[in-house]
Design a protein around this ligand. Structure first.
Ligand SMILES: [Zn+2]
Length: 418
């Protein structure tokens, strides 16, 4: 089930070529229009949910939520698969099996949003593309020739990621998110990767350990985080503690949405996706509506995600024409919505990092009646309350000394309970 290395190299070359040749919005839009016409028209015809719209412009398609695609799985794939078959394949993949549900097609789970696990399908060609694109966007060109070792910390393993073993001299190892953090840190240290991709909470854990035991940080060349927000102060602290700046990756069940440039700025992968931006009410932020221009086994057409997107003004110093955005700070459903005032997760992060420092664990959950802070025992509670009070608009800020970690697969520090 490993895609052949030629297919990976083709995708890698294509992604690097795109970065060199897409000089303007016009270039990007022309490429997207061509991919929509050439690649996606046949896919649309084979997708029961939208086949009746074949030949139409993208704007004519309905905007759908990930939950609608999940609920209507059989009509949102081109292989005639039903949900039960795909789920059985994904469970097999999670247990270390091939997860094959059709010739060359593997199923897998992703962490998903709001506790609902995402189910995704990938063909050999799609895995090759994913790996080629990832290598092109995340690593220098020389990494394919050298003996780079990559480590990936994730909730669930998937065949998708093992496909990277087919790429050059690259070696790759998966480390599960569940289980003992100390043991994971030891195992990472022993593996000694050049590249580490992990959720923010794992990098924070490693940074704490590195500070406690100088000399511990792995000899990393690149460091990436995804899956959950990281504070601006936390990013600086982790960079100091681990000796490498963590850069954001924007990845979802719905696709590989964004990757950082050499400046550490996140750029949307608009050479493979159309990302429409929908305004969010009450905040200078947007939510993405994503169309993947390459996926064919499980098409993603105008899928509305819950992530908060903030486009950055001007052109990034790296020169890329691909849209630059701030690292994803949270979800639309995490915005604190008081009458007449919307508070962004980034404002809450800034207030609490200012009061407690970037190392502290905390959680801030607001509802119509006020804010509940979960702080570690011994934290500077009065300072934290004073910092959050201006964001609570006169409502009470209550403190509970308890573990701010809720044990969920994703760290969600800022929440809104409606
Ligand atoms: Zn850039």
């Amino acid at each position: 089930m490993t895609p052949d290395s030629r297919a990976i190299l083709r995708a890698w070359g294509g992604a690097r070529w795109a970065r060199l040749t897409l000089a303007s919005r016009g270039d990007i839009e022309r490429l997207q229009a061509r991919l929509w016409l050439d690649r996606m028209a046949p896919v649309v015809r084979r997708t029961p949910a939208v086949a009746h719209l074949a030949g139409r412009k993208l704007a004519a398609f309905p905007v759908v939520g990930p939950d609608e695609i999940r609920a209507d799985f059989a009509r949102w794939n081109t292989l005639g698969l039903d949900l039960a078959t795909a789920e059985a394949g994904a469970r097999d993949a999670e247990a270390g099996g091939p997860g094959e549900v059709a010739p060359g097609v593997a199923a897998g789970f992703s962490t998903g949003t709001a506790g609902a696990r995402g189910l995704f399908l990938s063909s050999e060609a799609e895995r090759a593309r994913y790996i080629g694109l990832s290598l092109a966007r995340l690593l220098p060109a020389t990494a394919l020739l050298g003996r780079w070792k990559a480590a990936l910390v994730l909730r669930a393993d998937n065949r998708l990621y093992h496909a990277v073993e087919g790429a050059g001299r690259f070696t790759f190892r998966f480390f599960p998110l569940a289980g003992d953090a100390a043991a994971r840190a030891e195992a990472l240290q022993a593996y000694d990767p050049d590249v580490l991709i992990a959720p923010a909470q794992v990098l924070a854990d490693l940074a704490r350990r590195a500070e406690a035991r100088p000399g511990l940080p792995p000899r990393l060349r690149r460091l990436f985080w995804g899956a959950e927000p990281m504070g601006a102060g936390e990013r600086v602290w982790i960079a100091e503690a681990l000796g490498v700046r963590p850069d954001p990756i924007y990845q979802a069940t719905e696709g590989f949405l964004g990757a950082p440039c050499a400046e550490g700025t996140l750029h949307l992968n608009e050479d493979a996706l159309v990302v429409e931006l929908e305004a969010v009410e009450g905040a200078p932020l947007f939510r993405p509506v994503v169309t993947d221009l390459y996926r064919s086994s499980q098409p993603m057409i105008r899928v509305r995600l819950d992530d908060l997107i903030e486009p950055l003004p001007g052109r990034c110093r790296c020169g890329s024409a691909l849209r630059a955005i701030a690292p994803v700070e949270g979800r639309v459903s995490d915005l604190w919505r008081w009458p007449g005032r919307v508070v962004r997760p980034a404002e809450v992060w800034a207030a609490l990092e200012g009061a407690l420092g970037p190392r502290a664990e905390w959680r801030a959950e607001a509802s119509a009646t006020g804010v509940n802070l979960s702080l570690e025992p011994g934290a500077a509670a009065a300072k934290a309350v004073a910092a959050v009070a201006p964001l609570a608009g006169g409502r009470p800020v209550r403190v509970a000394e308890e573990s701010p970690l809720d044990g969920g697969p994703k760290r969600r520090r800022v929440r809104w309970r409606s």
